[in-house]
Design a protein. Structure first.
Length: 710
């Protein structure tokens, strides 16, 4: 039985799809092979490749190597070969990341504020809290930047100690953080002085940044003592190595301020990284770009991403003037510009009020949001409004560091939310309010000062949750009626680029070909059909060889758990690692096909196209058996133990997840259990002797399972 889930999901924009030549391999301790032998193909001979070992956070127990492989066929074949080996933790492409800004050489309007008659913006000291800028580099000699302490100045692309900017994006960010107050060009950073760790990982064209360099810079920033890391870039796919690296930074209490992205899309259903991790970690903050006091930037080509569940708040990011490389100045627009304002404000706050728990500083950001009337932010941000840095940095500590929730996760199998936050032990009650129907009182389960659980009543999807403090005040509410899926396209889509989208069973499906070359591989399409009562997902392509990435979303409780392929006219079989498939997380999966005709079960069509017929496996984590293909409630166990959180019930869930859900017959058994067990549990409610016998049997099984687990 394997307790490890092999991981791979890389979604690349088609503009960079062919640039991913590195393969990241996580080896089990002591199993790493620094040199790999690649067999020859029709176009290239056999070759040996030597891997580069990458640094990893201390909490990780695998060895991470990067192998540079030029030939596309050899890359795909290697991924398929390694994925099924027991000594491999995971394998993924070293994908490209994207900067999130546009040059805007137009009049500076500073979000519509009237410019002061006398120039003199308030700046704050930040030098004791180092800020890492992972970007295109910084023009460290710039007239309005050279007063800062550039303690780190590295070029990760060239492997040198000179990270000077030859693009402009990174210098612009540095200016927003800590430029001198310059009245002539109306430029000033939030910080009067700053300690900056400058990591260059984009080239002069804004390209070349990859996951390897990102994790290298993040790990080094944490090791060298950064307090804040500015990430004004995005990655449109999931990377396990990036996730693990950010988990290490979060564990160390280092903040990552992430740009939400400039696609004008909903991160809740179309995630970008690392911003999406704001709903996972306590020290990741996602920032949107505001174009005015009451609205996000919605200009085509530069519109801010948003997300009621995944983007924290907005900051000014439209037509902001700042420093530029070669001692110039320019106005730029994007979430890239909004993020550094939050980064600098956070560093200034951490220096001004040192010594607080690390979670306190995110609470301070969230509790200092300016909210106007008739705001476009409502329903698009967790805390709908603009970061009010001046108010935060000019207030007393007592008023700044108050209670706040950061994010929440669904507890498996029950309608329970687990919140993370600051001073949550001051919450004394909760209530769910329903429009025109009154409210329902709830007793929260306080785990600690940074976590609590709330059990939701019936029809919670239509209500708003309030958490009441011992002071009598409410924390920011959570309105479930605002959690809506994104608008989805028609069900049949001809795909012009590497990424296609469609709907399947009412959910949003995005499929990306990570190494797609239209000139060589021809066209492809994505669509759905109904067969009886089942809806199937179909892919037609002239050449199926690729690394296929799947994302399914559209409901915040959705869990994408596997993929079935058509074996015969009436039979479907589950894809596995032996087929080159990995089920990576709750919404993402990847399938590597290294042959043009796919594999023996692809259908060859009359027009030279090959067809894949697929049936995703999904469920909703908080639903009744009638609405979920694999519900997660342990009905009988909960009935006999009397508590959904009983240790024995948790142990049985663990057995289900680690054993039964790992193979087809086990999943069938689970499905049958959840079909019939609710009625059985109800029937047993008034039969205490039968409950005692069942409990005796379950106690014995739980003891045996715990013994197996050690």
């Amino acid at each position: 039985m394997s307790l490890l889930r092999f991981v791979l999901f890389i979604l690349l924009f088609w503009s960079t799809a062919l640039l991913a030549q590195g393969v990241l391999v996580a080896w089990e301790p002591g199993e790493a092979q620094p040199v790999l032998n690649l067999p020859g193909t029709a176009s290239v001979p056999a070759v040996q490749v030597e891997g580069q070992q990458l640094s990893t956070p201390d909490h990780l127990d695998y060895e991470l190597f990067r192998y540079e492989i030029e030939d596309r066929t050899q890359r795909l074949s290697l991924i398929r070969e390694l994925r099924g080996k027991p000594q491999i933790r995971f394998v993924e492409l070293d994908g490209q990341v994207d900067i999130q800004s546009t040059n805007q050489p137009r009049q500076f309007d500073l979000l519509g504020f009237s410019e002061p008659t006398t120039w003199g913006p308030t700046q704050f000291a930040c030098e004791t809290v180092p800020i890492a800028i992972i970007d295109t580099g910084v023009d460290t000699a710039h007239t309005d930047l050279n007063h800062n302490d550039f303690r780190v100045n590295e070029n990760l692309i060239m492997g040198s100690s000179t990270g000077e900017d030859d693009h402009g994006h990174g210098t612009h960010i540095a200016g927003l953080i800590a430029a001198r107050s310059n009245e002539n060009v109306k430029v000033a950073g939030v910080c009067s002085t700053a300690t900056i760790f400058n990591y260059k990982f984009f080239d002069k064209d804004g390209k070349g940044g990859n996951i390897t360099h990102a994790i290298q810079a993040i790990n080094e920033s944490v090791t060298k003592g950064a307090g804040v890391i500015n990430a004004s870039w995005t990655y449109s796919g999931y990377s396990q190595s990036l996730y693990d690296t950010i988990a290490g930074a979060d564990h160390a209490g280092v903040y990552i301020i992430a740009a939400a992205g400039n696609a004008g899309s909903n991160n809740d259903t179309d995630p970008v990284y690392p911003a999406i991790f704001s709903n996972k970690f306590k020290h990741v903050v996602a920032v949107a770009n505001a174009a005015s006091l009451n609205a996000l930037n919605q200009t085509p080509g530069e519109g801010s991403n948003y997300g009621y569940q995944t983007v924290d708040f907005a900051a000014p990011g439209t037509s902001l003037p700042s420093t530029y490389y070669d001692n110039h100045y320019v106005a730029m627009t994007g979430t890239s510009m909004a993020a550094p304002l939050a980064s600098a404000s956070l560093a200034a706050l951490m220096q001004m009020h040192s010594g607080y728990p690390s979670e306190a500083y995110r609470a301070a950001l969230l509790n200092n949001i300016w909210r106007g009337s008739n705001s476009d932010f409502e329903g698009k941000l967790k805390y709908p409004g603009l970061l009010n840095a001046q108010a935060m940095l000019n207030s007393t500590a007592a008023s700044v560091f108050s209670s706040a929730w950061f994010n929440y996760q669904w507890i498996e199998g029950v309608d329970v939310l687990r919140f993370q936050g600051y001073k949550l032990n001051e919450v004394v009650s909760a209530r769910m309010e329903f429009p025109g129907e009154g409210s329902v009182s709830i007793i929260p389960d306080i785990e600690s000062a940074t976590a609590l659980r709330v059990s939701l009543p019936a029809n919670w999807q239509e209500g708003t949750l309030f958490l009441r403090l011992n002071s009598g005040e409410d924390l920011h509410p959570l309105d479930f009626s605002l959690m809506q899926s994104a608008t989805v396209p028609e069900s049949y889509t001809w795909c012009d680029g590497a990424t296609c989208e469609t709907t399947w069973r009412g959910y949003f499906v995005q499929v990306t070909r990570d190494n797609y070359d239209k000139a060589q591989q021809g066209s492809w399409s994505l669509y759905t059909i109904m067969e009886g009562e089942e809806e199937l997902l179909l892919i037609n392509a002239e050449d199926l060889s690729d690394s296929w990435s799947f994302n399914i979303s559209g409901d915040f409780r959705l869990r994408f758990e596997g993929m079935n392929y058509r074996l015969s006219t009436t039979t479907f079989k589950e894809l596995s690692s032996g087929h080159g498939y990995t089920q990576q997380n709750d919404n993402n999966a990847n399938w590597v096909i290294n042959k043009k005709d796919g594999w023996p079960y692809a259908t060859k069509l009359y027009d030279g196209m090959y067809q894949l017929t697929l049936k995703p496996q999904i469920r909703l984590v908080s639903s009744s058996p009638s609405t979920s293909s694999e519900p997660a409630e342990c009905y009988i166990a909960t009935s006999v133990y009397g508590d959904v959180y009983a240790p024995e019930v948790d142990a049985l869930r663990n057995f289900r997840n680690e054993v039964l859900m790992e193979f087809g017959p086990g999943r069938w058994l689970v499905d049958q259990y959840y079909t019939y067990s609710p009625a059985v549990a109800q029937w047993m409610d008034d039969k205490p002797r039968l409950q005692a016998v069942v409990r005796w049997g379950l106690d014995a099984f739980v003891g045996f399972w715990r013994w197996i687990k050690g």
